[in-house]
Design a protein around this ligand. Structure first.
Ligand code: ZN
Length: 339
């Protein structure tokens, strides 16, 4: 019950990249950068194990950003000439690369990190990939001229990499779809279909992460505009409940998501966000256990997992580590209370 894992990213050490940034500049290049990425991955593997997490991730130490890390391995994208684009329905501007030709993987994307994790931990490992809808919302299109067609092309590439990750020994593959909370109608029209294409033929556990974004100012401002009840999940969850995805990772603590919406995920594993990534205040184990208890009124205990609300990339390492420890201590407390 209440197994623990993180949504995805963790802060990068100062010797790997700029700290406290969502799109940090790398601190090295070539072989030295590859070595630094691997070392940072191992550091976080060890820290996650020592904190007591049940499922281990790579903390996305090898990607500059959760979307662009994947895109860098794709042919048909011009990274030299980035353009400014409003993303997540113009919530904020980002400098994004452009699709300029047919998309194709140049080779493996995350082989090194997956094999490194598999070689150095006996715990289950989870790997995150950006979801097709979130990708097309984070790149400019100069070739396809159609969002859905481009999303399906990306889904095929994601599937290619996901199958290879499974062969590397990855236990859980998660697709990050913050865009699902923005384009709710499109989720039902084609978002789920694109996800199905991305998981086609996989035998490992599959997950989707849908959140209200990193704890950056643009997201904090957006959340303030959403009112006292956030009901985006109400549209998306029934569609996910009917899907072939096994697990749904979602935002809960410190959010205005009505807790009873979790009922709409009947039949799915729920990775409940019990750690807020928008504040440096570290949760107490009791707060974490209380959040789990609220969800237990709507989700059976064997379906409930404890997780972070979102990635922790822009946070300080000390805070992130303290939050991992709170996550594990809180899940333990919830287990004790539940017996
Ligand atoms: Zn997230």
């Amino acid at each position: 019950m209440f197994e623990t894992s993180i949504a995805g990213s963790l802060p990068k050490p100062g010797w790997l990249a700029e700290t406290g940034k969502l799109w940090p500049r790398w601190g090295a290049e070539g072989d030295a950068l590859a070595r630094a990425k691997a070392d940072a991955t191992l550091v976080w593997l060890k820290l996650q194990e020592d904190a007591g997490l049940d499922v281990i991730g790579d903390g996305e130490q090898s990607r500059q950003h959760f979307v662009h890390g994947f895109l860098e391995a794709v042919e048909g994208i011009d990274f030299e000439n980035k353009v400014k684009m409003g993303i997540r329905n113009n919530r904020y501007d980002a400098m994004v690369p452009q699709v300029v030709g047919p998309l194709k993987l140049r080779g493996r994307v995350h082989e090194a990190e997956a094999k490194l994790l598999r070689a150095h931990t006996t715990r289950r490992i989870k790997f995150t990939l950006p979801g097709p809808m979130t990708i097309v919302d984070t790149i400019a299109d100069r070739h396809y001229g159609d969002r859905v067609r481009m999303a399906m092309a990306f889904a095929d590439l994601l599937n290619q990499e996901a199958r290879a990750l499974e062969a590397d020994g990855v236990d859980i593959i998660q697709f990050d779809e913050p865009a699902f909370n923005v384009y709710m109608d499109e989720v039902c029209d084609w978002g789920i279909e694109a996800l199905h294409r991305a998981i086609e033929g996989l035998r490992c556990t599959t997950a989707v992460h849908i959140c209200y974004g990193y704890g950056i100012q643009a997201n904090i401002d957006w959340k303030r505009s959403l009112g006292g009840e956030w009901r985006q999940y109400e549209v998306v969850f029934p569609a996910l409940a009917r899907s072939r995805i096994h697990q749904v990772s979602l935002e809960c603590i410190a959010s205005q998501v009505p807790i009873e919406l979790l009922r709409l995920l009947e039949g799915k594993d729920v990775l409940l966000g019990v750690i807020d990534v928008a504040t440096d205040a570290v949760e107490t184990p009791a707060q974490v256990a209380d959040t789990i208890a609220r969800a237990l009124a709507h989700v059976p205990p064997n379906r409930l997992f404890a997780c972070t609300n979102c990635g922790m990339a822009p946070m300080s390492r000390e805070v992130a580590l303290a939050k991992l420890e709170a996550l594990v201590a809180g899940a333990r407390l919830a287990r004790e209370r539940h017996v």
